[in-house]
Design a protein around this ligand. Structure first.
Ligand code: PGA
Length: 247
């Protein structure tokens, strides 16, 4: 089973029309491997802008959404609104949503279910914190997070699972290729046991956490690493190198 390589850029709360416009121009003009799904996670306010400027071969993702279609939820954005802007994806469960904004597994599960029902693809993020890794409970943590997501997914063809160890995000401490492969392999095994062999074989499990042009190639060569979710480096021309990691 070949899984199409998937590279998501997570711009987080960065950039403005000028700098993002320049980045988009660089991406549109670059030579990118056609065998890679590329999706840019833009700030909500710039979703429309990003979608209208980015070449159609690149996808766009929101970085969050709410769990219902509409209503009195000041400041929130629904999957229906995201779709209305021509945007196809949403990142859910990112560690900053979990740990800075206190989102629970339950809420992330509800958002996942509603986003998928609304027709968005979901980049579902999981990952252990440093004390959890040091305490030897990495598997326990990521399996529990994956279970809540799995309980809310009917159609796995629209889901990409992003393993992002919290200690590697924005720290410059990339997980080693072996560390990433080990967790990805265990996640695939978990999916085999708890969902199905077909889903385990087809779902893309991507790695995130300080991925750079320098670290991407060896990570990408790991059997169960099907792509990346890239923060800092996704704001630089370096993202092209990461998209082409397998080329
Ligand atoms: P980073 O962020 O690449 O800057 O570590 C990754 C992420 O948060 O998705």
């Amino acid at each position: 089973m070949t899984r199409k390589f998937f590279v998501g850029g997570n711009w987080k709360m960065n950039g403005d029309k000028k700098s993002l416009g320049e980045l988009i121009q660089t991406m549109n003009g670059a030579k990118v491997d056609p065998n890679v799904d590329v999706v840019c996670g833009a700030p909500t306010i710039y979703l429309d802008f990003a979608r209208s400027k980015l070449d159609a071969k690149f996808g766009v993702a929101a970085q969050n959404c709410y769990k219902v279609a509409k209503g009195a939820f000041t400041g929130e954005t629904s999957p229906a609104m995201i779709k209305d802007c021509g945007v196809e994806w949403v990142i859910l469960g990112h560690s900053e949503r979990r740990h800075v904004f206190g989102e629970s597994d339950e809420l992330i599960g509800q958002k996942t279910a509603h986003a998928l029902e609304s027709g968005l693809g979901v980049i579902a993020c999981i990952g252990e914190k440093l004390d959890e890794r040091e305490g030897g409970i990495t598997e326990k943590v990521v399996f529990a997070q994956t279970k809540v997501i799995a309980d809310n997914v009917k159609d796995w063809s629209k889901v990409v699972l992003a393993y992002e160890p919290v200690w590697a995000i924005g720290t410059g401490k990339t997980a080693s290729p072996q560390q990433a492969q080990e967790v990805h392999h265990k996640l695939r095994d978990w999916l085999k046991t708890h969902v199905s062999e077909a889903v385990a074989n087809s779902v893309r499990i991507i790695y995130g956490g300080s991925v750079t042009g320098g670290t991407c190639k060896e990570l990408a060569s790991q059997k169960d690493v099907d792509g990346f979710l890239v923060g800092g480096a996704s704001l630089k021309p370096e993202i092209i190198e990461i998209i082409n990691a397998k080329a």
